[in-house]
Design a binder for this molecule. Structure first.
Ligand code: OAD
Ligand code: ZN
Length: 245
C-alpha cells in the first residue's frame, strides 16, 4: 500500500524533489553514519580546522578518503537509485538533492545537472585555495611516494577531498539551488536520512512550509516524522523494486 501511495504521488508530481541520505546507498554496500556499525561508530569525524592545521589529521583524512574511493568504485547503484533516475527521466522528479558523496545517483542515470551534492563528492579532490580539481589516484601516488599530504600543482594550496567536513562552510551555490528546489517542489521525498544534520535537514521543512507534500522513507524513525504527510518505515529496496517492473 505504501508503494502504491508513493507511485500515485510521483505520477501526479511535476516538480518533485528527491532528497537522499546515506540510507539509500547501504544496499549498494556502503555503510551509513548512525546505524549500528555505521561510520560514526568506527571513526571520529576529522574537523575542518584540524585538517588545515595538522599534517597528521590530513594524512588520516586521506587514508579514509582512499578507503571510501575504493568502496564507491566497487559499488553499483541499487533499486532506489535506479527508480529515482527513472522518475527524473519521466519528468516527475526535477531535482535530486543528496547529502551523499558516492556519485551513485549520477551513475544510475540522473543527469549531473539535476543532482545537487550539498556535502560534496568523494570521488575527486580539489585545492582549498584555487579550487583546481585533482584526481584521487594521483594524490594517492603522491602520498605513497613522499609520505606527505599533497599540495596544489597550480598555487601550492592544501588539496582536500571535495567533500564538506564538519566545521567547513557549506557550498553556497549548491545550498541556494537546493533551497530554491525545496521552495518550488510540489512533492518532496526524503529517502534514507536520519534528518538530524543541519542545514541539510532544514530542506524538508522548507519544502513542507512552502506547500509540498512531504514523504519520508526511512527504516528508522527520523526527527521530522511529525511534520510529514506520509511516513514509510521500510527498506528502500522493498519500496522501489516494484517500480522497476
Ligand atoms: P544517517 O546514517 O544519519 O542516517 C541514515 C538513515 O538511513 C538511518 O536512519 C537508517 O535507519 C536509514 N537506512 C539505512 N539503510 C536503509 C535502507 N536500506 N532502507 C531504509 N532506510 C535505511 O545518514 P545521513 O542522514 O545521510 O555529513 O547523515 C547525514 C550527514 O551526517 C551525512 O551527509 C554526513 C554525516 O555526518 C557529513 O559528513 C558532512
Ligand atoms: Zn590551488
Amino acid at each position: 500500500a505504501a508503494c502504491e501511495t508513493i507511485a500515485e504521488l510521483l505520477a501526479g508530481a511535476r516538480r518533485g524533489v528527491v532528497f537522499t541520505g546515506a540510507g539509500i546507498s547501504t544496499e549498494s554496500g556502503i555503510p551509513d553514519f548512525r546505524s549500528p556499525g555505521g561510520i560514526w561508530s568506527n571513526y571520529k569525524p576529522i574537523m575542518f580546522d584540524d585538517f588545515c592545521a595538522s599534517e597528521d589529521a590530513r594524512m588520516e583524512d586521506w587514508r579514509r578518503r582512499f578507503v571510501m574511493m575504493d568502496q564507491f568504485g566497487a559499488a553499483e547503484p541499487n533499486a532506489g537509485h535506479l527508480a529515482i533516475a527513472e522518475e527524473v527521466r519521466r519528468g516527475h522528479v526535477e531535482t535530486v538533492i543528496t547529502q551523499n558523496i558516492d556519485g551513485l545517483h549520477q551513475r544510475a542515470g540522473v543527469p549531473a545537472e539535476s543532482v545537487i551534492e550539498i556535502h560534496g563528492n568523494g570521488n575527486y579532490a580539489h585545492c582549498l585555495d584555487c579550487r583546481e580539481r585533482h584526481e584521487l589516484a594521483e594524490m594517492r601516488a603522491h602520498i605513497d611516494e613522499t609520505g606527505e599530504s599533497p599540495r596544489c600543482r597550480s598555487c601550492g594550496g592544501l588539496v582536500k577531498g571535495a567533500v564538506i567536513s564538519f566545521g567547513q562552510m557549506m557550498p553556497e551555490a549548491e545550498m541556494a539551488r537546493a533551497q530554491e528546489a525545496a521552495v518550488t517542489a510540489d512533492l518532496f521525498l526524503a529517502i534514507g536520512s536520519s534528518l538530524v544534520v543541519y542545514p541539510a535537514a532544514a530542506l524538508p521543512v522548507i519544502a513542507k512550509r512552502a506547500g509540498a507534500t512531504l514523504v519520508i522513507i526511512n527504516r528508522d524513525p527520523t526527527d521530522l516524522d511529525a511534520i510529514a504527510d506520509h511516513v514509510v518505515r521500510m527498506q528502500i529496496g522493498d519500496v522501489f523494486k516494484p517500480f522497476l517492473g
